[in-house]
Design a protein around this ligand. Structure first.
Ligand code: BES
Ligand code: ZN
Length: 632
């Protein structure tokens, strides 16, 4: 009899346990230590099983080996046991696993699946029922997709090598075995050494100067997702801007960088007054060598940025406003899977514009708005031509694809215009208090598109009669293109530029091009408006007057070189080659190589340059350009 009761008791316990994880109506689970874990929908880009066993904390113990281009050591993973599975599934890619130890000191059995070219390998570790942590001894491969190992020549200082990581979207798994899905948040700590005694930095509490030993300890006590794991190592120095923020860069770039980013303290204040306190304790920016494949990456406490924003006139700092804004949209409230990417980027572009407006005024932001809309229209028309209408939805379906291929301007610009349209319908005041509440209530939580829509209805649209219908919500999120109610951007400044460029187009007279008072964005507007009908003579006279091929501003160079390719203006091809070899930022390289690939001679030239440039590109950039030029 007693035995029967005992079985009944166990059965009930198991049932209760499982139902907590999966069936709870608001999809939350409270485990023994009363931490709240949200039930996570399946992420098609991860092998992990977070509803069963979830990573809570990582401790990395790694040595940076510049000679072999590897990181080696171990990661100690603490696990919350949420279900009854005794398997811990981790993502890994090109890692060499030496052994795995359980917390009781026993070696663990593990298996590694064959490699999927996008997802990598499923590293499955057998746990005991009471296992709370495992330690994996491993090393990365020199081909690790997240890591770029620069030789001294590729740095500004030319004396020391440099290492940096780029984990977003799914590359963290190529330097740390982990549950590489953005909905999973964990804290981390690390001990990292390097034999050259260089400074090491992470997305954590950071040292400000190097030490004799070359070993540094890191703590990140606020939960983050794996795509925000970051590391950099090089001959880096620090300059504080105030007690909260500052700039890291190679010494050669430090002064120019901190001058360029002088408005950072003001930006942080502006962001805080919009949507609530900055909670990450520090906000520093690391200016990387020019091969960094992106403009910026919002690694918590330490944004990584391309040196191409150091233009000498502070005209490109909106990129930092963008990465700073991610401290709320993305780093606090995080897209649950890459299909929800617009929740990170659309919100961030909107937020970025608000910061810029508060500091530089509406006239300035109007220009950014118009440029953004033009880019969006181009992206959408390209996607439609390629029969990729679904990629113009805000909510994406990236199953079976590399998220890197599906993450386009649509999430950024259509996302931003969606939020602007809501703002227009309910009014800025109401929208601002909604956003502030949204960031506060969902801090340190993943968010998906479905839940966001529910939240939006409940906390905003339901309060303002008729607003939901006016908004055409479903059409924006699950439909193609730009809905008809989208706000229309307009820029006074660009009107001036447009009439001037129309005059120049027709007359070819360079004297009408009065550029007094122009900033980078006026130039971009001007160059883009010429793209359809420019003649070689016009390119010649522009070059003669403004020497654009030798501009120090990469944004301008990128658009200018496109005009030179279109008109086959040969004198620009040498500086273009230099640009393609020194700059690794994909946003600049892709349109140029795309244009080059359109005619046989240019394609041949482009392929030749790519052979020279490729060793200096990050794997992310190489992969994209190889595809554009159809080479391996
Ligand atoms: N988080 C992104 C960069 C990213 C996105 C890396 C997806 C990998 C996959 C970052 O915040 C970003 O959007 N950077 C932009 C600059 C921004 C001003 C639009 C970039 O790098 O161009
Ligand atoms: Zn972004």
């Amino acid at each position: 009899m007693a035995k029967r009761w005992y079985y009944f008791f166990i059965l009930a316990l198991v049932f209760f346990h499982n139902s907590c994880v999966v069936n709870d109506e608001n999809r939350k689970k409270v485990n023994d230590s009363s931490t709240t874990y949200r039930f996570l929908e399946k992420d098609v880009h991860s092998f992990s099983n977070p509803n069963q066993n979830r990573v809570e904390h990582l401790h990395l113990n790694l040595e940076i080996n510049f000679d072999e281009k590897i990181l080696s050591g171990s990661v100690l993973i603490s696990i919350a046991r949420l279900g009854n599975s005794n398997h811990l599934h981790l993502d890994s890619k090109d890692l060499v696993i030496h052994k795995v130890l359980l917390d009781d000191g026993d070696t663990a059995n593990y298996s590694i699946s064959p490699k999927d070219s996008i997802l990598g390998q499923d590293l499955t570790i057998d746990l005991k029922s009471n296992t709370k942590s495992v330690e994996i001894f491993y090393e990365t491969s020199p081909e690790s997709e997240a890591l770029q190992w620069l030789n001294p020549k590729q740095t500004y200082g030319k004396v020391y090598p440099f290492l940096f990581s780029q984990s977003q979207a799914i590359l963290a798994r190529s330097w740390v075995p982990c549950q590489d899905s953005p909905g999973i948040k964990f804290t981390y700590s690390a001990d990292i050494g390097n034999s050259l005694g260089l400074l090491v930095l992470m997305s954590a509490q950071n040292p400000v100067e190097r030490n004799e030993s070359g070993r540094f300890h890191f703590e990140m006590d606020q939960p983050i997702s794996t795509y925000l794991l970051a590391i950099a190592c090089g001959n880096i120095k620090y300059q504080a801007l105030d007690s909260l923020c500052g700039v890291y860069a190679e010494s050669e770039m430090l002064e120019a960088s901190s001058w360029e980013l002088a408005s950072l303290p003001q930006m942080i204040k502006s962001a805080e007054s919009l949507y609530g306190k900055y909670v990450w304790k520090k906000y520093d920016v690391l200016i990387l060598p020019p091969s960094f494949p992106f403009g910026g990456m919002e690694n918590p406490r330490l944004t990584f940025a391309t040196p191409t924003i150091i233009a000498g006139d502070r005209s490109l700092v909106s990129l930092i406003a963008h990465e700073l804004a991610h401290s709320w949209s993305g780093n606090l409230v995080t897209n649950e899977t890459w299909n929800d990417f617009w929740l990170n980027e659309g919100f961030t572009v909107y937020f970025e514009q608000r910061i810029m407006e508060s500091i530089y005024g509406k006239r300035y932001v109007d220009m950014l708005n118009v440029l953004g809309m033009d880019e969006l229209k181009h992206t959408i028309s390209d996607l439609l031509k390629e029969d990729k209408s679904e990629d113009t939805h805000l909510f994406l379906n990236l199953k079976g694809r590399n998220p890197d291929d599906g993450l386009t301007d649509v999430a950024y610009e259509k996302g931003r215009y969606f939020l602007q349209t809501i703002e227009q319908i309910v009014g800025r005041k109401h929208f601002d208090s909604f956003l502030k509440k949204y960031f506060t209530e969902n801090s340190f939580q993943p968010m998906n598109t479905k839940r966001f829509i529910q939240y939006l209805k409940k906390n905003l649209l339901n309060k303002y009669k008729g607003s939901e219908k006016k908004l055409m919500l479903e059409r924006w999120v699950y439909g193609p293109g730009i809905p008809s109610n989208c706000t229309k951007p307009y820029s006074e400044e660009f009107n001036r530029v447009d009439s001037l460029s129309a005059l120049f187009s027709v007359s070819g007279d360079i004297n009408v091009v009065d550029t007094a008072g122009w900033t980078t964005h006026h130039w971009l507007r001007f160059l883009r408006s010429l793209k359809e009908s420019i003649s070689k003579e016009q390119v010649v006279s522009l070059e003669h007057t403004f020497h654009l091929s030798y501009s120090g501003n990469s944004e301008i160079l990128c658009d200018w070189f496109q005009l030179c390719i279109i008109t086959d203006f040969q004198p620009a091809f040498q500086p273009l080659e230099t640009f393609l070899i020194t700059v690794g930022r994909r946003k600049f390289l892709s349109p140029i190589y795309k244009l080059l690939s359109q005619t046989t001679d240019h394609r041949k030239w482009g392929r030749k340059v790519f052979v020279k440039a490729k060793p200096g590109y990050h794997s992310i950039t190489s992969a994209t350009i190889s595809e554009i030029l159809m080479v391996n």
